[in-house]
Ligand binder design. Structure first.
Ligand code: FCB
Length: 472
């Protein structure tokens, strides 16, 4: 039989299921700028950026990509690329400057304009409530290690939902609670920059409690809306199959992944992780009923995936620093070494490992939940350069291509993966790395604010148009 050209083309394509979302993601503090405009209050990131030595070259998000003023151009850019869903975050201090009390109408109006413009261009708004910019007054009152912050978060969630719920139906409570808790309060490399192991563990709990309270309130007030959370997950492997390396992998998987997945999807902390943390905390901050709130059913789960961790057994006892002297993102497991395998890395030094994404998606589905899953962030930093008005970024293109293939394999394996959001639409303020790391599909010149879609953006637009990738 002679095949028609259309059939031949079909066979050469890896196609994604109908309705699969093709998205891009950003976060408020990383792109908006306008840090003191229209009543926005300070967040912990404004304070952190002003603390000498915390952010590379003293960079701040004061101007960033000036998206606050240029959002219409950015929405147009997305529309031109064929993006079908946009994941952005609301700046809590823009809409509720004190972290409690009255809303700032001008702040809410900004998001209303943004959302209306997205919808007018046929782009679904995916709203994240918390992408790390805690109002400074709440940190002054103790921050996430304090239980009250969870209640404040749920109030803010409802205040935002009251204003935007008529036009946004996809709601994400938290972005990457691991980072907020363990980088913010453990190693201190993120705002608010505290180095207190016990505070990190408490913060993790109260973030999840805030997520549960907000999820409960949002779902009660709008049962028709989608409500979920985004966690950052890693594939974790032992360096060898020795029992010591296996135990190190268990510990790091416990803190990075299961510390959040188990409470949110099973309603309990993993007992081995509680045990690993026994010298840090007795978990007395966990009250009766908290875990039931944390496990409030969601309607989807967002997963951010970037890399794999390979870990090994700690050095023998005598060669270790006492844990309280090591400011660490891994309380109780400070001595576990992270091993580099010498495989290709991105500009962040993160190993490129798309098999880890497949592994992670299959694991979450098999071990935890049959909820619809979304890859809510995935992407790569590379040191791009503008040459003759163009930016060629074959490494980023290859990174996304490889990870999309992993997504497709996951779908073929039965994982209900419903969409992919590339990180990020624009080059932006990469937290402690300031503007020195570029993750965008679109290049930003921070002096002129000129945007140039990189070759990866043009390629992604083609993937979207064909709803798939060429078979290899
Ligand atoms: C994730 C963050 C996001 C961005 C990427 C590179 O951890 O959610 O804001 O910084 O990493």
């Amino acid at each position: 039989m002679i095949e028609s050209p259309a059939t031949q083309l079909d066979q050469q394509m890896i196609r994604f299921p109908g309705g699969f979302r093709w998205g891009v993601a950003t976060a408020a503090y990383q792109i908006e700028g306008a840090a003191t405009e229209d009543g926005r209050g300070p967040s912990i990131w404004d304070t952190f950026c002003r603390t000498p030595g915390r952010v590379i070259e003293g960079h701040t998000g004061d101007v960033a990509c000036d998206h606050y003023h240029r959002f219409r151009d950015d929405v147009k850019l997305m529309a031109d690329l064929g993006i079908t869903a946009y994941r952005f975050s609301v700046s809590w201090p823009r809409v509720q400057p004190a972290g409690s009390g009255p809303a700032n109408q001008a702040g809410l109006d900004f998001y209303r304009r943004l959302v209306d413009d997205l919808r007018a261009h046929g782009i679904e708004p995916w709203l994240t409530l918390y992408h790390w910019d805690l109002p400074q007054p709440l940190e002054d009152a103790g921050g996430w290690p304090e239980r009250d912050t969870a209640a404040r978060f749920a109030d803010y969630a409802m205040l935002t939902h009251d204003a935007l719920g008529d036009r946004v139906s996809h709601w994400t409570t938290l972005n990457e609670p691991w980072c907020s808790a363990f980088l913010g309060y453990g190693s201190g490399v993120h705002a608010p920059g505290r180095q207190e192991s016990v505070a990190a563990v408490r913060a993790g709990h109260h973030l999840m409690l805030g997520h549960g309270l907000a999820t409960r309130a949002l779902r009660a007030s709008a049962p028709e809306h989608e409500v979920g959370a985004t966690v950052n997950l890693y594939a974790v492997s032992p360096q060898t199959d020795s029992p010591g390396d296996a135990d190190a992998a268990r510990r790091i998987d416990g803190l990075a992944n299961r510390f959040f997945l188990d409470p949110m999807l099973r309603g309990s902390y993993p007992t081995d992780v509680v045990d690993d943390l026994r010298e840090v905390t007795d978990f007395a901050h966990v009250r009766d009923g908290d875990l039931a709130v944390i496990a409030t059913p969601m309607t989807f789960l967002g997963i951010n995936y970037y890399s794999r961790y390979v870990v090994a057994a700690p050095a023998p006892e005598g060669n270790r620093e006492p844990y309280w002297r090591v400011p660490s993102s891994w309380p109780g497991s400070e001595q576990v070494p992270f091993v580099s395998r010498g495989v290709p890395v991105t500009d962040m030094d993160w190993e490129i490992d798309s098999a880890g994404l497949l592994e992670t998606l299959v694991r979450v589905n098999r071990e935890y939940t049959d909820l619809p899953l979304y890859v809510t962030e995935n992407g790569a930093a590379f040191a791009d350069r503008v040459v003759d008005g163009e930016v060629h970024d074959p490494e980023r293109l290859a990174y996304i291509d490889e990870h999309l293939r992993a997504c497709h394999e996951a779908i073929e394996a039965g994982v209900p993966l419903r969409g992919y959001f590339a990180w990020s639409l624009l080059d932006n303020f990469e937290w402690a790395w300031g503007y020195t790391k570029r993750f965008g599909l679109v290049h930003v010149d921070y002096d002129s604010q000129v945007r140039i879609p990189k070759s990866s953006a043009k390629w992604y637009a083609e993937v979207i148009r064909r709803h798939g990738l060429a078979a290899q």
